[in-house]
Design a protein around this ligand. Structure first.
Ligand SMILES: Nc1ncnc2c1ncn2[C@@H]1O[C@H](COP(=O)(O)OP(=O)(O)OP(=O)(O)O)[C@@H](O)[C@H]1O
Ligand SMILES: [Mg+2]
Length: 324
C-alpha cells in the first residue's frame, strides 16, 4: 500500500442479482485525502458498490484497487485498509456504548487495557461521554450512528466507507455528523460516502459521482453538478392546476427551457441560471393572466439534478426500496 496511490480505483464494476444488474459497469477514482460522494436515488446501486469495494460481496466483473491493492486478490489486506459503518448492526443492546467499543476492539485482537483506553478516546471524540455507560437499548438513532462510526475507526483505517451516514437524522444531528466526517478527513482519512441528498454532497464532498440504475451518469464537483440544473430553482404553485400547460409555454418563451413538473398538482419547478431571472418569469406569468398561489426560490434538489442528467425522476416506482 502507498498513499501516493488513489484511495479507490475501480473499473467496470458489475454486480448482478439474478437477471438484474444492480451495478452495471461503474468506474470510480477516489483520491487520497478527499471526501468522495456517491449520489443516487433508492436502488441506484450505491450500497452494492460499497459492499463490493469492501470485500463484503464478490465482484462479478471489472476490477478494483484500494491504495493499489487488488480487492479480489487480497481481501485480507483490504479489510485492514477500509472501515465500514453499518456492519455493526448486530451490536449487543444490553451492553453499554463503552462495553460495545471494548468488545469490538477485543474482537480485532487489541489487548484489554488498550481496548479500554481506545473506547474512552473514541467516546470523547464522538461526544458520547455522557451516554458512555448507558445500555445501547436507550440510544437515539443519531447516537447509534456515531457509535457505529466510532467502532469502524477502532482499526484506524485510512479509508472509511459511510453508507448514507445521515439518512433519517434530525437537522442538528446531521450537522454534527457532517462535522465529525470533516474531522476524520482533517486527521488524514479518506472518506467515500453515499447519499441521496444533493445538499449533503454539496456540503461535504470534494467530488461526486451520480449513479442511476447501476451506471454512473455524471461526475464532478458539487458546483459542476449544480450548474447542470442552474444555480437555483423557482418553485411555483399555480392557483389553477389547469393552467400548467400555459405556464410551461410562458417559461419556455422566457428562459428557453422547460420547467420540471412535480407530481403534486399545479406545482412546477423552474431551473434558473441566475436567481434574478425569477422576476422575469413571474412578470411574464402575470402578463399572461396566470395566477400563482405560492412561490419560492431554492437551491436545486437531487430530483432536479437527476432529471436534468437522466431525463427521469428519482421516484421511479420500479426501483422501490427493498434493502432497508
Ligand atoms: N442481496 C440482494 N439480492 C437481490 N437484489 C439485491 C440485493 N441487494 C441489492 N439488490 C438490488 O440491487 C439494486 C441496488 O441496490 P442497492 O442497495 O445497491 O441500492 P442503493 O443505491 O444502496 O439504494 P438505497 O438508497 O435504497 O440504499 C436494487 O434494485 C436492489 O433491490
Ligand atoms: Mg443503500
Amino acid at each position: 500500500m502507498s498513499i501516493t496511490e488513489p484511495a479507490v480505483r475501480a473499473e467496470g464494476l458489475v454486480k448482478a442479482f439474478g437477471e438484474h444488474r444492480a451495478v452495471d459497469g461503474i468506474d470510480l477514482d477516489v483520491r487520497a485525502g478527499e471526501i468522495f460522494g456517491v449520489l443516487g436515488p433508492n436502488g441506484a446501486g450505491k450500497t452494492t458498490t460499497l459492499r463490493m469495494l469492501a470485500t463484503l460481496l464478490p465482484i462479478d466483473a471489472g476490477r478494483a484497487e484500494i491504495f493499489g491493492v487488488d480487492v479480489a486478490a487480497d481481501p485480507h489486506v483490504i479489510r485492514q485498509l477500509v472501515g465500514v459503518t453499518g456492519q455493526y448492526a448486530s451490536v449487543d443492546e444490553n451492553l453499554t456504548a463503552r462495553e460495545n467499543l471494548w468488545l469490538f476492539s477485543r474482537l480485532q485482537g487489541i489487548p484489554s487495557a488498550r481496548a479500554k483506553r481506545l473506547a474512552t478516546e473514541l467516546l470523547g471524540r464522538f461526544g458520547l461521554e455522557e451516554a458512555a455507560d448507558k445500555a445501547l437499548a436507550h440510544f437515539s438513532g443519531g447516537m447509534r450512528r456515531r457509535l457505529d462510526l466510532a467502532a469502524s475507526l477502532i482499526t484506524r483505517p485510512p479509508l472509511i466507507f459511510l453508507d448514507e451516514p445521515t439518512t433519517g437524522l434530525d437537522p442538528r444531528t446531521r450537522g454534527q455528523m457532517w462535522d465529525t466526517i470533516r474531522g476524520l478527513v482533517a486527521d488524514g482519512c479518506t472518506v467515500l460516502l453515499t447519499t441521496q441528498y444533493l445538499d449533503e454532497a454539496d456540503q461535504l464532498a470534494d467530488r461526486v459521482a451520480v449513479i442511476d440504475r447501476g451506471r454512473k451518469v455524471a461526475e464532478g464537483t458539487p458546483d459542476e453538478l449544480k450548474t447542470a440544473v442552474g444555480d437555483s430553482t423557482l418553485q411555483l404553485l399555480l392557483a389553477e392546476p389547469g393552467e400548467v400547460p400555459a405556464a410551461v409555454g410562458v417559461v419556455r418563451r422566457v428562459l428557453g427551457s422547460d420547467p420540471v413538473l412535480s407530481p403534486e398538482q399545479g406545482r412546477l419547478n423552474v431551473a434558473l441560471d441566475q436567481a434574478d431571472r425569477a422576476a422575469d418569469v413571474l412578470i411574464a406569468l402575470r402578463t399572461a393572466g396566470i395566477s400563482i398561489s405560492s412561490v419560492s426560490v431554492a437551491k436545486p434538489s437531487l430530483d432536479e439534478v437527476f432529471l436534468a442528467l437522466t431525463g427521469h425522476g428519482t421516484d421511479d416506482p420500479t426501483k422501490a426500496k427493498e434493502n432497508r
